[in-house]
Design a protein around this ligand. Sequence first.
Ligand code: PRX
Length: 635
Amino acid sequence: MIKKNNLYYPSEEIKKDAHINSEETYKEGEENPVAFWEKAANDVIWREKWDESFSHTPPYFKWFLGGKINITESFLDVHKESDKTAIIFCPNSPEEEERKISYRELYREVNRFANALKKMGVGKGDPVGIYLPMIPEMVFALLACARIGAMHTVVFSAFSPSALKVRLQDTQAKVLITTDGYNRAAEVIDLKKNVDEGIKETSIEKVILVKRGGNEINFTEKDVWWHDIVEGESDDCPAEMMDSEDPLFILYTSGSTGKPKGVLHTCGGYTVQAKATGKWIFDLKEDDVFWSTADAGWITGHTYTIYSPLLNGATTVIFEGVPNWPEKDRFAEIIEKHKVTIFYTAPTAIRLFKMQIGEIERSLESLRILGSVGEPIDEDAWEWYYREIGKGKCPVVDTWWQTETGGILISSLPGVGPFKPTFTGRTLPGLKFDIYNAEGKSVSANEEGDLVILPPFSPGMLRGVYKNDEKYRKTYFSEFGENIYYTSDTAYRDEEGLIRIVGRADDVIKVAGHRLSTGEMENVVAKNESVAECAVVGIKDDIRGEVPIVFAVIVGNKKAEEVTEEIKKVLMDDIGPIAMVKSIYIVEDLPKTRSGKIMRRIMKKLFTGEELGDLSTLANPESVELLKNVIKRDI
Ligand code: PRX
């Protein structure tokens, strides 16, 4: 890349072959965003064209109304005779043989399983739970649901039985697709045990098990083996024709309060956006080997590990294991071995590689684009990624988006640029973003404010919160009215208009790029009878970006150590290992305003060393001194 001042621009060589390499595309998008997205929509297969491109009755909006589509047709049917590799599966253990699945085989695997699901009574509009590690069946299961018009609802395989239960209770799925177990690094994960616990008090009637772990399981009358039910099924299963606005999937994510919410995505708009963003931002071409390290338990896994590379006819890498096991440079070994051309990961992984490996000894020559996602990337990590992994020749696309947006909406494009470390970059063509102050007015350059999206939004954005319309309206379309999508992120723009994300304005934290709600964690901690009051805040961490810490005021006779252990356990049981807290502080009081609001901001500042501000307005300013004494041991 070429550096001018502190900005990086793509070299002529990168520009030359890029799908988008000029300002023309931005102009087109600005002049008529709806027409711009219509053009993108013509790049996927529709059975019937839409008759209305965009409709908007705030806060609801729809795209490509009247169109008939099935997302799987754009790649399964298009490439069904092709022996080109669709998926490279890299198992947890390097000792186990890798598997290459061609588009032809993918067509067959998906259809056979889709037919088996149908036989089980699953049909259009039915929710189906998926609780699987990153094995090929994860992809087959998602695509089979999409093929028959069932809504897939993936639950991250590292979530606990309680987390699984809450989600299944909300969707009321009758079928769950899972596995007996699997290996993660050196550990055997008995997933079936979680399932037996997690499906209690849910509507699950059938559990489909992929044989993977080979561990002993309790086989119940609800259980069937995947390999048994696909036996003898036909390789063909006609794609169910879906209305553009029919649901494609639900994915739960953490919000400000209480329970996770089911973000609903629909067929037409999501398909268009998943294909287009892959093409524009990763410059995806059919000869690319794309590796997005994200698990399909998260939105990045849905859109960029699975749908987008397949829609673009590329090869996608599915990795079951851990990027630094058994060797610290396992991820680099995979890039080298499979000649990965585009690598997409989270800053946490980059920081970990930088710290553990430093200099890479493998050939990463095949790489042409690098991507970052999920949390802000710091300058050190950016520079290392750019120089050590990309050898100064690969554009680094820092991609901003959310579970709710379905696909990337902010990122400079590899064939255009510019790129600026720590800045996510330009908004995509065809979109209107702004940054508002509290009064809903645009802020000036370098001034922080709320990041918002203006109509016509993007085709792949959420259409609702499953069974909770109130939450949809309140969370996204109330802060600045029904016409403006509120992202919950704080951001600013520099003089060139490049956007830098500062962080979340709500109580969502990003731990290793994973989205967690401190509010949800507080509810879990408060369940403990000894806990009278608690607060969870995210504090900065050198590797994981942010980590949660707990402050709790306890009552009763139990010792502080005992309650601390109980808190750790309940977080693990109710959420899972990603809710592992850095520290738990048992304190006498929490700082509060006179109206009783707990001042989490002050607690955070105790760790950053920032000015605490005026404490005299607190109801109990002395509590802050007490907190300082308790946390002194750690900082
Ligand atoms: O705060 C932003 C942060 O992640 C949030 C969305 O999280 P989730 O729904 O889990 O989706 C993550 C993967 C798209 C956003 O509100 N975020 C996402 N990408 C970036 C980011 N923060 C800074 N830079 C990014 N590139």
